[in-house]
Design a protein around this ligand. Structure first.
Ligand code: UGA
Length: 447
């Protein structure tokens, strides 16, 4: 059984660590944050993600998972290190690789103390060339020889927040970018052992060079983001024509097997820690290399527009101005199932409301209020229920498609909001026929 060290205990790192631990591997989770070490070793999760907390507890209790401070203990006690550190954005949208470089160097500093081959795998999303031009020299800096002392792979991850454990245990493919055959063989063997040959019959392991694997991740996220911006553009065109509904259009288009129905949900646009960051990073990368990626530029600008658009819909319904109105925001997190506010469309929506002179904004979200307070402080009000949020509002903007909101009836809006108020569905969760009959109802992608 292989021993694995996971370098970085963020979302990808910790989820990978507990999945390996669950299957019986000996896992070391390495971080520079003593609080995180203590939290994990007490069997607790440093963040919220479905199923993570009980799995950490189980893994720590069984002795399969140990969080350690720094890299030495982790690397010395493992045969494989997975680099899962953060890759923040710089102000210009490009990727900041300082943690990748420093962690690779730290792994390299430990390797001379080992006498066996060690495989280093980059799991963080990095622009093409990073693994070869930054990680490799950083590991080599302590005198380690690639091919002899260590091997190198890049294996992108495709986990969704909220489904990260499921996605790790049930991938649809495994992409291995390999520096040389030996590196790829060691990683492939790990996954044959982890998933079993039966599972892998329907989950191809794709082996390719390192740069192609790095680019697969960007291709993947850029295409998903493009699907969303595409359907949002179609939604905005649908709004020109009486009676056309983008949800019907998306259904009709999505059933073409060449397209598929996923990620054709029109609305206020995509957020989160991945799509905006990754599209911006590859756009910046392309521009640095003198290519202007006009499609991806458009994907980003349509995405920015959607948050403004929902505010404009409300404004036109309330007679051309929002000044003096009370606006209810239903949903703050960038998607349901998380308290994550990174690049959440709600932030842009609220900022557009400020620009329109709105001073009375009341927000509700089942999980994300604490994180929203860190962004807006007391500039907006926070409440603990849908009813309190809607009370006296002139407009309600539905921004996150939580199940709790899907279950709401038109009566709840009518009973709590002002007379002549409007509900704008920014995620297309309400039936326009049912809601449109009973209250002033507007939705993205429907005139
Ligand atoms: C995304 C990808 O789905 C994962 O495959 C990838 O591994 C991950 O990024 C990453 O790079 O680490 P995630 O950001 O967790 O995962 O969330 P998604 O479920 O993809 O949703 C992203 C955003 O798109 C959300 O704001 C969501 O509301 C929005 N969205 C999604 C739409 O507006 N319409 C849709 O039809 C689908």
């Amino acid at each position: 059984m292989k021993r694995i060290s996971i370098i970085g205990t963020g979302f990808v790192g910790l989820v990978s660590a507990i999945c390996f631990a669950k299957k019986g591997y000996e896992v070391y989770a390495s971080t520079h944050d003593q609080t995180k070490v203590d939290t994990i070793n007490q069997g607790l999760s440093p963040f919220y993600e479905k199923d993570v907390a009980p799995m950490i507890k189980e893994a720590v209790e069984k002795g399969n998972l140990k969080a350690v401070l720094g890299r030495e203990e982790a690397v010395l006690n493992s045969d494989i290190s997975m680099l899962c550190v953060g890759t923040p954005s710089r102000p210009d949208g490009s990727i900041d690789l300082k943690y990748i470089e420093s962690s690779a160097r730290e792994i390299g500093e430990v390797l001379p103390k080992k006498d066996s081959y060690h495989l280093v795998i980059v799991r963080s999303t990095v622009v093409p060339g990073t693994t070869r031009n930054i990680v490799k020299p950083a590991v080599e800096a302590s005198g380690n020889k690639i091919g002899e002392d260590f091997g190198l792979c890049m294996q992108p991850e495709f986990l969704r927040e909220g489904d990260a454990i499921y996605d790790t245990l049930n991938p649809d493919r495994i992409v291995i970018g390999e520096y040389d055959k030996k590196s790829g063989d060691v990683l492939e063997d790990l996954y044959i052992d982890f998933y079993g040959k039966d599972y892998l019959e329907n989950c191809p392991i794709l082996r390719m060079n390192i740069e192609s694997a790095e680019m697969v991740k960007y291709g993947n996220n850029c295409l998903l983001a493009t699907k969303i911006s595409f359907i949002n553009e179609i939604a905005n065109i649908c709004e020109i024509i009486e009676g056309v509904d983008v949800t019907e259009v998306a259904k009709g288009v999505g059933l073409d097997f060449r397209i598929n129905p996923m990620f054709l949900g029109a609305g206020v646009g995509f957020g989160g820690s991945c799509f905006p960051k990754d599209v911006n990073a590859i756009v910046a990368f392309a521009k640095e290399h003198d290519y202007k990626p006009s499609l991806l530029d458009a994907v980003l600008s349509i995405n920015l527009y959607q948050a403004k658009h929902i505010v404009e819909i409300a404004k036109s319904e309330l007679g051309g101005t929002l000044k003096g109105s009370r606006i209810a925001i239903l949903g703050l997190a960038f998607k349901p199932g998380t308290d994550d506010m990174r690049e959440a469309p709600s932030i842009k929506v609220i900022n557009h409301l400020f620009e329109e002179g709105v001073t009375d904004i009341i927000a509700y979200d089942p999980y994300a209020i604490e994180n929203t307070e860190k962004i807006f402080g007391d500039k907006i009000k926070y409440v603990n229920s849908v009813e309190e949020c809607l009370k006296g509002a002139n407009a309600a903007l539905l921004v996150t498609d939580w199940d709790e909101f899907k279950a709401l009836t038109p009566e709840i809006f009518i009973e709590n909001m002002q007379k002549d108020s409007v509900l704008v569905d920014g995620r297309r969760i309400y039936d326009p026929k049912v809601f449109g009959e009973k209250l002033k109802f507007k939705a993205i992608g429907l005139k």
